[in-house]
Design a protein around this ligand. Structure first.
Ligand code: 5GP
Length: 117
């Protein structure tokens, strides 16, 4: 699937849609989800035009994709989630309910989470 430069997260990156940013660096931004599924619900996204989902990843993406995981851990710490624990989720495609086609990671925490499945 080709990347739509007008998807919601691309527009958040361009500040065409406002968001509550909690983190940014040269590669990533993170902001609070507009419809939180946990007391803390943050969406972490790469800048630019990444694959639309994890399905599009190749070996060449291993560097930044690994750094994305490290950044998620750092944000969890800055949100005070390390001791209590948290969940990282990446949806890919229709069966997972993926709504925005710009690869992203959910960070959920701040309370007891239900089972994954
Ligand atoms: P997905 O279901 O694609 O994995 O996750 C997309 C997420 O983006 C959903 O949790 C949804 O609530 C969030 N979202 C959709 N539109 C907006 C928006 O305009 N602002 C923010 N902050 N989050 C959004």
């Amino acid at each position: 699937m080709s990347y739509d430069p007008d998807n919601i997260f691309a527009r958040i990156l361009r500040d065409e849609i406002s968001s509550d940013r909690v983190y940014e660096d040269d590669e990533f931004i993170a902001f609070r989800d507009i419809a939180p599924q946990a007391p803390v619900h943050i969406v972490l996204i790469p800048r630019g035009e990444p694959p639309v989902s994890p399905t599009g990843l190749t070996d060449g993406d291993a560097g930044w994709a690994g750094r994305m995981l490290v950044v998620a851990s750092r944000i969890a710490a800055s949100e005070g989630l390390t001791a209590g624990g948290y969940r990282l989720v990446m949806n890919s495609g229709a069966n997972a309910g993926q709504a925005v086609e710009h690869l992203h990671m959910h960070l959920l925490g701040g309370g007891l989470l239900g089972p994954v499945a």
